[in-house]
Design a protein around this ligand. Structure first.
Ligand SMILES: Cc1ncc(COP(=O)(O)O)c(C=O)c1O
Length: 373
């Protein structure tokens, strides 16, 4: 029965060059990595690894239950308080992924009395959160502050939340946060900024919301993943203490989910402390991203993501394969993961790559793009 149902779907994807396949990594693989999101190069830092190992020894292999039962450890509390103080917010609540943090906060604020105004380029987790929220949703053109103002002004709902990313995950461009905050204030709306690609990268590590002086304002909410610059897993919602309390009581992806693994908490905490102690670390990401963008002849990135448009999905996959064969791992993004439908190579700049590695990576990428174009 499933054969009849799924085989035609698989064939349709294959015919458009859009089939995705899992490729397990080998432990000792020697590749220059420009595909993963370990922006600060901390995933294998001994301090981060040892913190995770010590947490397993102290707390065991899992959180044992949901956060409201026995799944909140002292590590969760420490992580929430240090994340909030580092990024300039009153409070934070940790979820077991960034995806669930977005789902939790948007659905807990959503409902028939809340309009959600979403930038058309936001991450899939925010799109899914909108779908689950039971709110009316207006999707507005990318970075169009006037369209947002119009949607907010014309609404009938008493509440509204504007949903954006600080640094967009596929194109690597930035949101106009000061203007967005102003338009939200003017229309009594909350501004939710996903800083998955801002934490550890922009604002000397503290993110774009802090850099714009918006952290701690009572209409500003931030979500972050702990899986990119903090080299671990998990997500967090940051904002006023009242919001945290609301989420503890209302966010279903928080309430009905096992707490974040203590080892992941400890690893994120160790990475956060390194970031706080070494404020120059994020600078290397920008230098590397600028070098990659220049080599590939594309616009500079606001963060770590450098996006190289390709003629089509097959070319994107082939170019990534050629890079892999020559020792460089890059990402290939195809529909539906690209907001504008254009397939691309997605390069992520990492702190810690040597100049020689970067030269080699640029040569390999340029040759691969040329060969398939
Ligand atoms: C912008 C953005 N938001 C949310 C997420 C989800 O975070 P997580 O991987 O922790 O679920 C990601 C990526 O993974 C992302 O790029």
């Amino acid at each position: 029965m499933l054969e009849d149902w799924l085989a035609p779907k698989a064939a349709a994807l294959e015919s458009r060059g859009l089939t995705r396949r899992l490729r397990p990594r080998a432990a000792g693989e020697v590749l220059i990595d420009l595909a993963g999101n370990d922006y600060l190069g901390l995933a294998r830092d001994p301090r981060v690894v040892e913190a995770a190992v010590a947490a397993v020894r102290e707390w065991g292999a899992g959180a044992t239950a949901s956060r409201l039962v026995t799944g909140t450890t002292a590590l969760h509390a420490e992580l929430e308080s240090e994340l909030a103080s580092y990024t300039g917010h009153e409070a934070g609540l940790v979820f077991s992924s960034g995806y669930l943090a977005n789902l939790g906060v948007v659905t807990a604020l959503g409902g028939p009395g809340t309009l959600l105004v979403s930038d058309e380029h936001v991450h899939a987790s925010i799109v899914d959160a909108c779908r689950l929220s039971r709110s009316r949703v207006e999707v507005v053109p990318h970075n169009d502050v006037d369209a947002i103002g119009k949607a907010l002004a014309e609404r009938n709902e008493p509440q509204a939340v504007v949903l954006v990313e600080s640094v967009y995950s596929v194109l690597g461009d930035a949101a106009p946060l000061a203007e967005l905050s102003a338009v939200c204030s003017e229309h009594r709306a909350a501004l939710l900024v996903d800083e998955a690609h801002g934490l550890g990268v922009t604002g000397a590590g503290r993110g774009s919301v802090a850099a714009a002086g918006l952290a701690g304002l009572d209409h500003v909410i931030v979500t972050m993943t702990l899986s990119k610059s903090l080299a671990s897993q998990g997500g967090v919602v940051l904002g006023p203490a009242l919001l945290r309390e609301h989420l503890v009581n209302r966010a279903r992806p928080f309430i009905f989910d096992t707490g974040l693994n203590p080892a992941a908490c400890a690893a994120a905490l160790a990475a956060l402390r390194i970031l706080a102690d070494e404020p120059n670390r994020p600078e290397a990401i920008h230098t590397t991203a600028a070098r990659l963008a220049t080599a590939c002849g594309v616009a500079p990135s606001a963060g770590a993501v450098v996006s190289v448009p390709m003629p089509g999905p097959r070319e994107a996959v082939r170019a990534a394969e050629l890079c892999f064969e020559n020792g460089v791992r890059v990402g290939s993004f195809r529909p539906p993961s690209v907001p504008d439908g254009i397939s691309r190579l997605r390069l992520t700049a990492h702190a810690g790559l040597s100049s020689d590695e970067l030269d080699h990576a640029c040569e390999v990428i340029i040759a691969a793009v040329r060969e398939v174009s």
